[in-house]
Design a protein around this ligand. Structure first.
Ligand SMILES: Nc1ncnc2c1ncn2[C@@H]1O[C@H](COP(=O)(O)OP(=O)(O)OP(=O)(O)O)[C@@H](O)[C@H]1O
Ligand SMILES: O=c1ccn([C@@H]2O[C@H](COP(=O)(O)O)[C@@H](O)[C@H]2O)c(=O)[nH]1
Length: 236
């Protein structure tokens, strides 16, 4: 029996690059699609939000002289590209899946609404909610928190390239230690930057727990659903 009935899975755009410097690595994409397919077969309802860092981030654009709002719009479009790629990989693997967009762009994807998303989830379709929140100055972590709350997910699973939340960024500080569980308030108190504060606050105020785990290790998504103690759980 799966630990959660309905999940919002946040996938990192950067992780989709695999070993490449840019874009989408087909092996990583297919690995994600296979891990997700296994959950769907076991009856779990899966909503997904994907980042865009493998293609474009508004802040990096602004550093190069782009208008920030235009840069953020480019970033949001990058998440649509990643979502279409995952949708295609899922369908190739026999999984029913649809892309919804926060900004109108039919026929690329269906304009997002909670009702349509929840209907599709209940029918066993994977719903990939793309385009972030549709607004500049936000991130896809915030979009995940928002969509997770809207679709009434039991948990937001933040699948990333680190295996949990550490006392400091483990990619910069080798002495950082990992938490098995942590409260939202401790995240603020320790100024931990695994997610932006807007996303953290949305989850805290709406009581949506977050589980941060390494999605790049094959089988980890299933381990999370089996209730194995991997990653870090964030709770009130
Ligand atoms: N306290 C911390 N514990 C764990 N990771 C941390 C911490 N602080 C910062 N990080 C960093 O957060 C990163 C994970 O965030 P995330 O998955 O959102 O990556 P991203 O590159 O921003 O993804 P995306 O492309 O979706 O924007 C890790 O690579 C890690 O370096
Ligand atoms: O609601 C949103 C979500 C994202 N953006 C822009 O997209 C890129 C990519 O998202 P990541 O979360 O960094 O992967 C982001 O840098 C923003 O520029 C946005 O504007 N609004």
């Amino acid at each position: 029996m799966a630990k959660y009935k309905r999940i919002l899975l946040k996938l990192s755009g950067e992780s989709l690059m695999g070993d490449q410097q840019y874009g989408i690595d087909q092996i990583r994409l297919n690995d994600y699609a296979e891990q997700i397919a296994a959950l769907v077969k076991s009856g779990v309802e899966v909503g997904i939000v994907i980042g865009g860092g493998n293609i474009f981030r508004g802040l990096s654009g602004a550093a190069k002289g782009f208008d920030r709002v235009k840069g953020d719009q480019m970033g949001m479009l990058a998440t649509v590209i990643n979502s279409l790629a995952l949708n295609s990989a899922l369908i190739n693997g026999g999984v029913r899946s649809r892309v919804m967009t926060a900004i109108r762009m039919e026929p690329v994807g269906e304009y997002y609404s909670k009702e349509k998303a929840v209907d599709a989830l209940a029918k066993g379709e994977v719903v990939i909610i793309s385009g972030g929140t549709g607004n500049p100055y936000f991130t896809t972590d915030t979009a995940s928190a928002l969509r997770g709350i809207e679709i009434e997910a039991n948990v937001m699973l933040k699948g990333t390239r680190v295996d949990g939340i550490y006392s400091a960024d483990p990619e910069k500080d080798a002495s950082a230690t990992k938490f098995e569980s942590i409260t939202f308030d401790e995240i603020y108190a320790r100024n931990l930057r695994i997610m932006d504060l807007t996303a953290t606050t949305l989850c805290k105020e709406n009581n949506l727990p977050i589980l941060v785990f390494n999605m790049d290790q094959k089988g980890n998504l299933q381990r999370v659903m089996n209730g194995e103690p991997i990653g870090t759980i964030v709770h009130n």
